[in-house]
Design a protein around this ligand. Structure first.
Ligand code: ADP
Length: 504
C-alpha cells in the first residue's frame, strides 16, 4: 500500500489533538486496519478513549473564539486551499481509501471528487450567511436576527464513504465558524488521517479540526455527554444513531442523523427498461451494495417483469468482481466477514422462501475474480481471504423475505412483482426507513403523483445518480434528521439569535 502512496506525509499512525499528531502510550492498546480484499493488516493505530476525546474537545473549545471571529472570507479561503490539496492528492487518497474500504479505484476517485466539491460548496456558503432585519410591530423597537456558529461539533462517520461523509459535516461546520472533533470509522481511519493532514497544510489553525481514533463507544460517550459539544453530526447505523440521539437529547444537544435506508425502485409498465436496468444495477451494486441509498428492493410491473429481469441479469453477468485496486473491477469486497454473512443469510432466506436465483448466489471461485483467476495457486487463496460475494439477482421475491424488510448492504438485487400504482407505492412505503427511492416512468401525471406519495427524503425519477453537493441529502422516518449538503446544510451548524433593541 505505502508504495502506492506518493506523499508519505499523508500516512500517519496518530490522531490529531490541538494541532499535535498524537500517539497514545502503547500500553493503552492499538487497533488494526485491514484490507477487505486481502485480509492483510495495513496499519496499526492508537486506540484512543475518553481522555484523548476530552483533550480534543478542550482543544476545539479553546480555539473556538478565534475561529468564530475569523472573517468568513478567510475561513472560505482555507476551505478552498483544502479543496485544491485534496484534488492534487486524489490518487494517494484513492489508494488509501480502496485499501481500507475495498471500493474500486474509479468509485474512490468519484467519492473524492464529490467530497472535494462539498468543501468548495461550503467555502462558497461561508460568505453567504446572512441574518434578517424584521419589521417591528411598534416604532420604539428594532428587531434583527443573527446567525452564529453552534460551537464545538462532534462528527461521527462511517466506513462506506471514508471521505465524503467527513467533508459533508466538517466543511459546513468550519464554514459556519464551528470547531470540530471528528471520529471516523475505525475500519477506515486512513482516509480521515490524510484529509486532516491536508487541512493542516491548507492553513487550518491548530485545534479547529481534531481527529480521535479508536474506541467508538468511549469516544462517542464523551462527545455526546460533554457540555462543551453543542452538536452531533452522525452517519451510520440506526441502532447507534438512536442511542446517540437519546444521549444528546438528555443534554438538549442538537443532532443531525443520517441512518439506514431500504431504498425501493419502482419500474412502471411504461418505463424505458434499458434505462431502468442500467440504473438498478448501478445503484444496487455501488460500493458492492454498501451505501445507504443503494437500491435494496426492486418492484416491477408484472407486464414488463420478465424483460426487465433479463436486462438486469444480462448487465450483472458482465461485471468483474475483485480487489478494487485492480483495473477494471466493478464490484469490490464487502467490508467485513460479518457483512458477507448478512448477504449470504439474505440470499439463503430468499431462496428458501421461493425466490429464484437468476445469477450469483455465492462467493466467487478464484477463476471468477478479476486478476486472481489466471495466475495459478494464488487465486484460490485470494478468493478465500477477501470478503467477496458475487453480485446476485433473485427473481419472484416476496414480502415475507428478509431482503424486503431489512437493508441487505451487499450486492443483492431482489425483483418483486406489482400490478397497480397503488400497490407499488404501498410496497415501497412499507418500511420504517425513508431515505432514497427511485422510480421509472415516462408518464408525467404518474411522475408527480408517485414522487409526492413516496415517503422518502430523496427521489430519483428516471435517475439513480442523485447525490450532489448542491442538493439536500437526508431522510424521513427512521432514516434520520436534518439535511446535509446544499443551501440547507450550513444551517445545521448555526444558531439563530434574535436581538430586540429598544430605542429608549
Ligand atoms: P455501520 O453499520 O456503518 O458500521 P455504525 O453505526 O456501527 O454503522 O458505525 C458508524 C460510526 O459510528 C462509526 O464511526 C462507528 O465507530 C461509530 N460507532 C459505533 N458504535 C458507537 C457508539 N456506541 N458510540 C458512538 N459511535 C459509535
Amino acid at each position: 500500500l505505502m508504495s502506492r502512496v506518493k506523499d508519505a506525509g499523508l500516512v500517519r499512525t496518530a490522531g490529531l489533538i490541538g494541532g499535535k499528531w498524537t500517539e497514545v502510550a502503547s500500553d493503552k492498546g492499538t487497533f488494526d486496519v485491514l484490507n477487505p480484499a486481502t485480509g492483510a493488516v495495513i496499519a496499526t493505530l492508537p486506540r484512543m478513549r475518553a481522555d484523548e476525546t476530552r483533550a480534543a474537545i478542550a482543544a476545539a473549545h479553546s480555539v473556538l473564539p478565534q475561529w468564530r471571529a475569523t472573517p468568513a472570507r478567510e475561513r472560505a479561503a482555507i476551505l478552498r486551499r483544502w479543496h485544491d490539496l485534496i484534488l492534487q492528492h486524489q490518487s494517494d487518497i484513492a489508494a488509501l481509501m480502496t485499501a481500507e474500504c475495498g471500493k474500486p479505484t474509479a468509485e474512490a476517485l468519484a467519492e473524492i471528487a464529490g467530497g472535494a466539491a462539498s468543501v468548495d460548496w461550503f467555502a462558497g456558503e461561508a460568505v453567504r450567511v446572512a441574518g434578517d432585519v424584521l419589521e417591528p410591530p411598534s416604532r420604539d423597537r428594532r428587531m434583527v436576527v443573527l446567525k452564529q456558529p453552534v460551537g464545538v461539533v462532534g462528527a461521527i462517520t462511517p466506513w462506506n464513504f471514508p471521505m465524503s461523509m467527513i467533508t459533508r459535516k466538517v466543511a459546513p461546520a468550519l464554514a459556519a465558524g464551528c470547531t470540530v472533533v471528528l471520529k471516523p470509522a475505525e475500519l477506515t481511519p486512513l482516509t480521515a488521517i490524510a484529509l486532516a493532514g491536508l487541512a493542516e497544510r491548507a492553513g487550518l489553525p491548530d485545534g479547529v479540526l481534531n481527529l480521535v481514533l479508536g474506541d467508538a463507544a468511549a469516544i462517542g460517550h464523551e462527545l455526546v455527554h460533554s457540555d462543551t459539544v453543542r452538536k452531533i453530526g452522525f452517519t451510520g447505523s440506526t441502532a447507534v444513531g438512536k442511542m446517540l440521539a437519546a444521549g444528546a437529547g438528555a443534554g438538549v444537544k442538537r443532532v443531525s442523523l443520517e441512518l439506514g435506508g431500504n431504498a425501493p425502485v419502482l419500474v412502471f409498465e411504461d418505463a424505458d427498461l434499458e434505462l431502468a436496468a442500467r440504473g438498478i444495477v448501478a445503484s444496487a451494486l455501488r460500493n458492492a451494495g454498501q451505501t445507504c441509498i443503494c437500491a435494496n428492493r426492486v418492484f416491477v410491473h408484472t407486464a414488463v417483469y420478465d424483460k426487465l429481469a433479463e436486462a438486469v441479469v444480462g448487465r450483472v453477468r458482465k461485471l468483474k468482481v475483485g480487489d478494487g485496486a485492480e483495473p477494471g473491477v466493478h464490484v469490490g469486497p464487502l467490508i467485513t466477514p460479518a457483512a458477507l454473512d448478512k448477504v449470504t443469510a439474505h440470499v439463503h432466506d430468499a431462496v428458501a422462501k421461493g425466490g429464484k436465483l437468476l445469477v450469483g448466489g455465492g462467493r466467487p471461485e478464484a477463476a471468477q475474480l478479476a486478476g486472481g483467476g489466471g495466475g495459478g495457486g494464488g487465486g484460490a487463496a485470494a478468493a478465500a481471504a477477501g470478503n467477496f460475494y458475487l453480485p446476485t439477482v433473485i427473481g419472484e421475491a416476496t414480502i415475507d423475505m428478509r431482503c424486503f424488510k431489512e437493508e441487505t448492504f451487499g450486492p443483492l438485487i431482489p425483483l418483486f412483482r406489482f400490478t397497480s400504482d397503488e400497490e407499488a407505492v404501498l410496497l415501497a412505503n412499507t418500511t420504517e426507513y425513508g431515505l432514497a427511492a427511485y422510480f421509472y416512468t415516462r408518464d408525467l401525471g404518474r411522475a408527480w403523483r408517485v414522487a409526492e406519495e413516496l415517503e422518502f427524503g430523496m427521489i430519483g425519477l428516471n435517475e439513480v445518480a442523485i447525490t450532489s453537493e448542491v442538493a439536500p441529502f437526508g431522510g424521513v422516518k427512521q432514516s434520520g434528521l436534518g439535511r446535509e449538503q446544499s443551501k440547507y446544510g450550513i444551517a445545521e451548524f448555526m444558531d439563530i439569535k434574535y436581538v430586540c433593541m429598544g430605542l429608549g
